[in-house]
Design a protein around this ligand. Structure first.
Ligand code: NAD
Ligand code: UDP
Length: 311
């Protein structure tokens, strides 16, 4: 029997990879998206497939669907986009979670929430275990995203305790790869596109802040494994690559791999920009038998090849 799987945010960077993987595994895939940051180009190849359905809809509004599983990814993930309409960002996470949990409750479907390392804020504990409660500003410019995602986690666990909904919460650390929008605004796509065009590389702050970058294929594997895990395992579980780099190291690597003549220019660090971020992944290793397999250089080469083909 083909499972009916709903993927909200399915036309986005992560969502389109997930739709393709689940479709190729023989499922009925329903991609729901309002195309705020998603792009039809990301899902064009799947549209002719009769087992792929596309619904243009905003998760802030209720919708009735009969499904077996839900992956709730709808939410802009890049700071310039989620800060463009911050009220809509919080509503997308909170109302989106309520609306999708409502479907899961009604259909007895399993539901996975794409949460984020941003729930740890600018962390005082390094690396971050799932037990770390975070250091998040409730009033800053990142709060619309961070607090929206934190509230969504709360809703997931309350629906689990109160209504026995089968939930899975994944905390995704910085992920990159093909299908990112060239104008997405996140660091990996910015640096690669700038390097390929020979433009200045925009370093925010002094470049000593760090992130741990995960290639998209590793994330998709983690999401599928989490959904398939026993109902007793709800997470939250970190999924990310623990190899940590400063933004200066990232820029140098991108310049080296593209053979670019681009120069690094320094711009102000945005407000509340976390200084460091690295996942502890012991829980994912133990419960999901998952760990990342693609290191930065290999993933960057694949991503550079993608951007060369689209810009
Ligand atoms: P993305 O911006 O490429 O994709 C988000 C998708 O959601 C887009 O297709 C967008 O159009 C859609 N969307 C936004 N608001 C919507 C709404 N109200 N109704 C319906 N659709 C809506 O971002 P992504 O990198 O693919 O991220 C996907 C999910 O994973 C997000 O929830 C994000 O918070 C989470 N996440 C991603 C990362 C990462 O590094 N990529 C890290 C942590 C968490
Ligand atoms: N960044 C940068 N130049 C850019 C885009 C981002 O130096 O053109 C920095 C940003 O300030 C942050 C890091 O790169 O310190 C990661 O930014 P991104 O927006 O990709 O992810 P997030 O901050 O949400 O982890």
């Amino acid at each position: 029997m083909r499972k009916k799987i709903l993927i909200t945010g399915g036309a986005g960077f992560v969502g389109s990879h997930l739709c393709r993987r689940l479709l190729n595994e023989g499922n009925n895939v329903i991609c729901l998206d309002n195309f705020f940051t998603g792009d039809k180009e990301n899902i064009l190849d799947m549209l002719p497939n009769p087992y792929f359905e596309l619904i243009r809809h905003d998760v802030q509004e209720p919708i009735l669907l009969e499904v077996d599983e839900i992956y709730n990814l709808a939410c802009p993930a890049s700071p310039p986009y989620y800060q463009f309409d911050p009220v809509a960002t919080t509503k997308t996470s909170v109302m989106g979670a309520i609306n999708m949990l409502g479907i899961a409750k009604k259909c007895k479907a399993k539901i996975l929430q794409a949460s984020t390392s941003e729930v740890y804020g600018d962390p005082e504990v390094h690396p971050q275990p799932e037990s770390y409660k975070g250091s998040v500003s409730t009033t800053g410019i990142r709060a619309c995203y961070d607090e929206g995602k934190r509230c969504a986690e709360t809703l997931f666990f309350d629906y689990y305790r109160q209504h026995n909904v089968k939930i899975k919460v994944i905390r995704i650390f910085n992920t990159y790869g093909p299908a990112m929008n060239p104008n997405d605004g996140r660091v990996v796509s910015n640096f690669i596109v700038q390097a390929l065009k020979g433009e200045d590389i925009t370093m925010y702050g002094d470049g000593t802040q760090s992130r741990s970058f995960q290639y998209i294929d590793d994330l998709i594997e983690g999401m599928i494994k989490l959904m398939a895990s026993p109902d007793s395992f709800t997470g939250p579980v970190n999924i990310g690559n623990p190899n940590e780099f400063t933004m200066l190291e990232l820029a140098q690597k991108v310049i080296e791999l593209t053979g670019s003549n681009s120069k690094i220019i320094f711009q102000p660090l945005p407000q509340d920009d976390p200084l460091q971020r690295q996942p502890l992944i012991d829980l994912a290793k133990k419960e999901l038998d998952w760990e990342p397999t693609i290191e930065l250089e290999e993933g960057l080469k694949k991503t550079i090849a993608y951007f060369e083909s689209v810009i």
